[in-house]
Design a protein around this ligand. Sequence first.
Ligand code: OAD
Length: 251
Amino acid sequence: MSVERAAEILASAAQGVALTGAGISAESGIPTFRGEGGLWTQYDPVKVATIERFREDPRAYWTVARERGPAVLSAEPNPGHLALAGLEQSGHLVAVVTQNTDGLHQDAGSDRVIELHGSGRTVQCLDCGTRESRRDVQGRLEFQMPPRCRICGGMFLKPTVVLFGEPMPVDAVEEALALARRADVMLVVGTSLVVYPAADIPVVASRAGAAIIIVNAEPTPMDGLAAVVIHGRAGEVLPELAYRALMSGGG
Ligand code: OAD
């Protein structure tokens, strides 16, 4: 019933925007951060994912990255990512704003993807600025920890993701907020909505008049804001939602 209602709302969207988090990539085999099996239940983010700690001890960061990297690098888009790409092609969505750094929305065919937390597919040397692909750096972790810059030998090679304590990419945040203010529908998928400023985006959209649809495995602190809340797996719910929205027309 709620999927039907959500599809009706989405079918009427002219400026629909999706906001996604780690939950949409869970069915691609990438563990989420919070909840059962989440990365932050195994590691303390303050010890491994702040920029201060990275500068003190890049090896601690890369120890986690060495473990998590293969799952991320070999992951493929799942039906949830593909459904969002389809909704953009059909005109029901104008963009995907994501907290994810895995690149799977782009792989699925989404054209306009705003990465609020950067991209994990590139690594940059903090000393000389040289960039390398994450895949190449990942390949040498077995014999070089922490990895060194291949140009200057520096030992502060950091994926181009936002660590705690680092500024967010200003252009991405501004674009996401502008999209939220213009949105008539916001489809929020697979995020616990506890990390700011990303968690503010549905609030901004709602205040500007957008109808909020939340698809998440568990309740979120913002369920009260939503016109429809669907508790389920993104890879199962989104294809059905997209199909029904397409059948209802609009876009
Ligand atoms: P979280 O791990 O906090 O939340 C993921 C949400 O997805 C949870 O509420 C799960 O219930 C839900 N979920 C899990 N599997 C799902 C599925 N198959 N379908 C639908 N929902 C599912 O991830 P984010 O909200 O993305 O930041 O976390 C936000 C930020 O916190 C991340 O970008 C990262 C992290 O620290 C940085 O690294 C800067």
